[in-house]
Design a protein around this ligand. Structure first.
Ligand SMILES: Cc1cc2nc3c(=O)[nH]c(=O)nc-3n(C[C@H](O)[C@H](O)[C@H](O)COP(=O)(O)O)c2cc1C
Length: 188
């Protein structure tokens, strides 16, 4: 089993990364492809990006380096995303990565009648996050879940989270340990 581990954490002592490392260890994959998004020098989709991408797609150059992230994502067996909870969602870094991944004819295609046909291989995606407070409005997870179900064809999307880490009086380490136990339940 191959695992694509996408890290959108930016703080050196990131609690989200600690929790995601635990999840990855429990999944015990044969091989891990680790993407540290902060070090990937990602480009967001500006006009030049869209023009170039459009030309490459129109000329069927799907092996172009510009599509390396999309090819890697589409061929992974399992996927883990580590993303802290920021402003009801996730860091912009992860959205930039998604803009690079969502390439027609690699992660999805259109049928002759215009319907989306998913092309991704993964059956499981684990979305790992930590939150300063207690927030059920996690639009980051909801968005990733919608992409998985409607675009990528990834059937099982799991949320693994630790909440309330920044609330005064809470023991963040204890909360993280509880989250690891919940992760065990989800993974088994
Ligand atoms: C830019 C930014 C925005 C945040 N927004 C929220 C928020 O809307 N709600 C919340 O409960 N915590 C928020 N937090 C707190 C983080 O969710 C919390 O500290 C989290 O554990 C950080 O993860 P990390 O340790 O992996 O960096 C925010 C933190 C940052 C830096």
């Amino acid at each position: 089993m191959t695992l694509l581990y996408i890290n959108a954490c930016v703080r050196p002592q990131s609690r989200t990364k600690i929790l995601a490392d635990y999840v990855v260890a429990q999944l015990s994959p044969q091989s891990i492809s680790f993407l540290d998004l902060d070090k990937c020098n990602l480009k967001y989709a500006d006009n030049a990006f869209l023009q170039k991408r459009g030309t490459l797609i129109a000329t069927h150059q799907f092996d172009h380096p510009m599509f390396a992230y999309a090819r890697e994502f589409a061929s992974a067996d399992n996927i883990v995303i580590a993303a802290p909870y920021w402003d009801f969602s996730f860091p912009a870094l992860l959205k930039m990565y998604i803009e690079n991944v969502n390439v027609v004819n690699i992660v999805f295609k259109y049928s002759s009648t215009g319907e989306i046909v998913p092309l991704c291989r993964a059956e499981n995606l684990y979305y790992v996050t930590t939150k300063g407070g207690y927030n059920s409005d996690d639009y980051g997870f909801k968005y990733i879940e919608a992409l998985c179900k409607r675009l990528y064809g990834i059937k099982n999307v799991f949320l693994i989270e630790a909440e309330g880490l920044d609330i005064q009086g809470n023991n963040a380490n204890e909360i993280l340990q509880q989250a690891c136990k919940k992760a065990d339940e989800i993974i088994k």
